[in-house]
Design a protein around this ligand. Structure first.
Ligand code: SF4
Length: 244
């Protein structure tokens, strides 16, 4: 941790949500084909029934107002990286942390088409590093309230999928991805909000990504799974059905 960054930000639409919407749009245009993303697979990980309802019926969990702070920060960080991509050097925030360079042209989306299963996996990398030996590695920005020692399972799945997408697009990897955490710090707020920055290496697995992708497809082509007895949303819907 240890470097400090100061950002000012403006709201912007969430890239992750947009990816989810795009994946479902593609699916609705071609009913028999599924296009999944790390976001939708994380819903599968969270609750198979919610995932089944979202992908098969376009019924989504109720959502409150979406905080735009994370997407605003993402935009500022992306602009920072893009400035150094143009100069063909690593941004100073990564100095001394890793050797390599930024990918010269960051693809807006990467796809893996699994024709045997009539399905695709899609992902939008925040950033991609090219390490010595022409090894590619995904890098993702994470803005959080505090640092965590462990990699959140949702981030692990995302990085596994990104590694798979790079490999399926003919980019060699060494099964490693990188997370760049930004956590707000105390300071002279009238000068801007200071952030502490931590760079973390994550071991990834293409096999794990394929396994969850195939399990999710199997579930989608079966009956709707049961709801969790402890879920407040499903219990609320059940009570409505019984009482109104
Ligand atoms: S149990 Fe909760 S999380 Fe699962 S389907 Fe019901 S609402 Fe969704």
């Amino acid at each position: 941790m240890e470097k400090q960054a100061i950002f000012n930000f403006q709201p912007k639409k969430s890239d992750a949500l947009q990816a989810l919407y795009d994946s479902n749009k593609i699916k609705r245009n071609n009913k028999s084909k599924f296009v999944l993303s790390p976001s939708s697979l994380n819903i599968f990980r969270d609750c198979p029934r919610c995932f089944w309802l979202q992908i098969n019926c376009d019924i989504r969990r109720p959502r409150g107002a979406f905080p735009s702070i994370a997407s605003g920060l993402d935009r500022v960080i992306k602009e920072y990286f893009d400035a150094y991509r143009a100069k063909e050097i690593l941004p100073p925030l990564l100095n001394g942390k890793i050797e390599g360079k930024l990918i010269p042209h960051l693809p807006p989306k990467l796809y893996f088409n699994d024709y045997s299963k009539n399905a695709s996996l899609m992902g939008m990398l925040d950033e991609c590093l090219i390490l010595p030996g022409d090894i590619y590695a995904p890098l993702d920005y994470k803005t959080r309230g505090s640092f965590a020692e462990d990699v959140h399972p949702a981030y692990q799945l995302q990085m596994d999928v990104y590694t798979l997408l790079l490999e399926k697009n003919n980019h060699k990897t060494n099964s490693l991805a990188y997370l760049l955490y930004f956590v707000p710090n105390t300071g002279q707020l009238h000068e801007g909000i200071p952030f502490n920055v931590k760079f973390m290496e994550v071991k990834t697995s293409v096999e794990r990504a394929l396994d969850i992708f195939h399990k999710a497809l199997e579930l989608l082509r079966g009956q709707m799974p049961k709801s969790s007895p402890n879920c407040e949303y499903c219990n609320w819907a059940k009570q409505l059905k019984e009482n109104i």
